[in-house]
Design a protein around this ligand. Sequence first.
Ligand code: TAP
Length: 487
Amino acid sequence: MVDAAPPAPESAWEYAPAPESREIVSIAPGYGLFINGEFTPAADGKHFTTLNPATEEPLAEVAEAGERDVDRAVAAARTAYERTWGPMPGTDRAKYLYRIARAIQERAREFAVLESLDNGKPIKESRDVDVPLAAAHFFYHAGWADKLEHAGFGPQPRPLGVAGQVIPWNFPLLMAAWKLAPALAAGNTCVLKPAETTPLTALLLAEVIQQAGLPPGTVNILTGDGATGQALVSHPGVDKIAFTGSTEVGKEILRAVAGTGRKLTLELGGKAANVVFDDAPLDQAVEGIVNGIFFNQGHVCCAGSRLLVQESVADMVLDRLKRRLGTLRLGDPLDKNTDIGAINSRQQLDKIEQLTAAGEAEGAQRWSPPCLLPTAGYWFPPTVFSGVSQSHRIAREEIFGPVLSVLTFRTPEEAVAKANNTPYGLSAGVWTDKGSRILWMTQRLRAGVVWANTYNRFDPASPFGGYRESGFGREGGRHGLAAYIDG
Ligand code: TAP
């Protein structure tokens, strides 16, 4: 059962609607695959519908790539690797990458609106986070393209060849940028498969790639489902596989690639601890908790989905958190005042509902602020579980939704033991007034990224990635480039 809500904020008043116009975007009724610089139908004519998850309204029909299309795309990428992009000097590759970055900036509103329509995320996040960071990734890697021989990869760093890249639906454009920019900067060519539920910004990026004049075949974009991804990662013509997605599929790919000698990086799931000590600036920490788990509806691999709060301040933090959650606005993703958008798909909503039902059944206390959910589309209110124990499924499994599990601790040692009690190892957060305690914690937390007195900060120069069941390899920075260089 949902507990009673705290009193409504004193000045309970409504924001007027502030919708971003969708006029800037023109969505075609149908889209083909982007192979060898051109849009083309799937060889067997198959296609699927992509929906707006906030309304369930169909947005477009998109081609579904089969094995013959994967063959065509990999062959086009191989030819570009051998004849145009591969032999091209780094100074020239850099110019193309700068062009892509500039074009993303010029078309930023179009990308942001399209991303919010296809994914369901609030426009203020697609506008202020996804799109600027995607442009930043291309700018950053453009800077590397002509400096690779000075980056510690040896005197003549060589690319790997054709990269097969598979990405999820939570940051569709940004994940495409994370994959394509370092691969291209290092001289590889790419075949990218976006997620089935969010293909549209990758196809707009294909238009930008045409606009930037990249040699045909340098980047190929194959829309489709899991079978398309499987055909791509198991194609013998692919030299390097880069996968971001669930741990389950990551393990399948690892098994398929084992023994083939092909290079692989896996960016998988997480169940991060956000650790709040009693000396932390608590109001700031509450903002960090909200950002950590409710940003992008919690569809974030590094989300701070387990709050570990020191027992002496636990009631106070929970109280302030509930008040703050009472001010979040859930609804139309295109409204500039919206904080919480739609869940990306029916399938993901079902998963969140199942895991939250398990949380209640196992005895944790569930709370959500009063909030009306729209009748059409896929929605889930911000939800907090207190009284969670480490054995509960909601403390162990990745929910990938706006759901926070709250646990408490008494000593720093106990905080570390609980934070590390997970098969994952992607990220963590630490909130404390003491620099020495931050250093003590970061030496002990088993996570690829640790944020101190902040959360969910990303920069193209900063390597991101995990270990254990969160995968291996890094994206961003010099470490991210290394994944696309032979040696
Ligand atoms: P998945 O179901 O694993 O899907 C990821 C991508 O792989 C999609 O494009 C999917 O296609 C494709 N795919 C599915 N089965 C495949 C197979 N057998 N072989 C090859 N490709 C296959 O994950 P998801 O639900 O989209 O994404 C959420 C997961 O991604 C979460 O666990 C999250 O933590 C993780 N994630 C991790 C990171 C980093 S950086 N570590 C970043 C974002 C997300 P379809 O869309 O058609 O299924």
